[in-house]
Design a protein. Sequence first.
Lengths: 233, 233
Amino acid sequence: MSTSVANISQYSGEAKLGRATPSICESVLPGGVSKAFAPRQDVFYEGDEKRSVYQIEAGAVCLYKMTVDGRRQIFDFAFAGDVIGLGAADVYSCSAQTVGATLLKSVPVSKLHQLASRDPKFALGLYRAISTELEATRDLLLTLGQQNALERVAIFLLTLSQRNERIGRNPRLLTLPMTRSDIADLLGMSTETVSRCFTKLKEQRLIDIIRGSLIQIIDHAGLQTQTRKVNVH
Amino acid sequence: MSTSVANISQYSGEAKLGRATPSICESVLPGGVSKAFAPRQDVFYEGDEKRSVYQIEAGAVCLYKMTVDGRRQIFDFAFAGDVIGLGAADVYSCSAQTVGATLLKSVPVSKLHQLASRDPKFALGLYRAISTELEATRDLLLTLGQQNALERVAIFLLTLSQRNERIGRNPRLLTLPMTRSDIADLLGMSTETVSRCFTKLKEQRLIDIIRGSLIQIIDHAGLQTQTRKVNVH
DNA sequence: CGGAGGATTGACCGGTATCAATCACCGTGG
DNA sequence: CCACGGTGATTGATACCGGTCAATCCTCCG
């Protein structure tokens, strides 16, 4: 194979946990029915027959699985523009619940399959969309498997910052729609540790906690440094 | 949404970390060139231009990413029949290295795209293949985020056992082509802890370590019990 | 103003990483 | 065929990160 020097993950550049781009452009996704969801309302359950996929028009949704003992692993937070419920299986492979008040457009999978089996461009769009999800999940896996608590939280904040930048919002001011518990279940740690990490980042003057759910990034570069493991042997 | 009681992950039934089925059937994948790879030989690097995908004809390959400080996260081990390198991006999103001696059939992505843009069935096949990868990755994420060391190793062994069963091999006799270090980098733990877990499972008479790389499963049900978190509040 | 749920902080403990020292296995060469 | 060497596996000792339990604190609403 070629002799690459790029055998290093995205951590050498930008950290990211969420999807890099909206999974499918609105222009590609066929029209459906919009419906308002309350905060903490279930959208679909793992194992249920898959009748629809949903595009988020406003709000946020978390994708997760539960273990038999009640632990929860969140795979991703999906925001406006993102599509949830994709995948070739005929049942949902994970559960989905709104974080705050959310507006969802539901699209029947029958329509999706109809379009996909007729239009290769559309089928490739599905392929592209789920490829993006896979990459995001792998990045999160790398974070859970190889980074410590502080690094995980720093990466999480930077991911939200990048997202803000992408959609034209202030990348230094983060409004967190999710609770500390949600963040904990995404990053594989306890709410207490998440809280302690926020405090530590604040003490290091990398962020400011204006309100529990309102974070200002003071030192973006410093946060990024925080995400690189500095091995002190 | 519907009132499901199935809001529990696959842990209530079977544990799995790897792909449930070969990503694409051989019949679907167009012919390519076979090439032999030595053990520990790189197949492709993250970030390299993607020219080919590979179907494994014999042997095993691990998919991974490195962090800047040299830590490695393995995402999956791929075996005979599996296809690696899929994804819509034009560069590889992770690196691949053979575990033992391996035979790979390389297929140009140009051919893949050609077929996909003509034949919706084929494009949907790609979609299905990568959906499977996503599910496997999520299962691993759940394991890393929510299970302790012993549970992770138990799940890992059961996954290999299930694979053996699927391909008609003895599900109670596992030949591990990968090292303890490989397993550690998959499960997000140290080689020492992996080793200690093997020893503990042996002491509990759930497995027998015939040789370092040859494991016999004595108590399959007991191993499964080991994967369920028994919360003692 | 008061209540409730989430967030923070503290004390303590256990699981796992780390460092270090053998041990086991396997391939090589005499 | 056996001794030897090297790599991977195991085991032990110790430190520390992060989980758990518990007690406030804060914020938002009614």
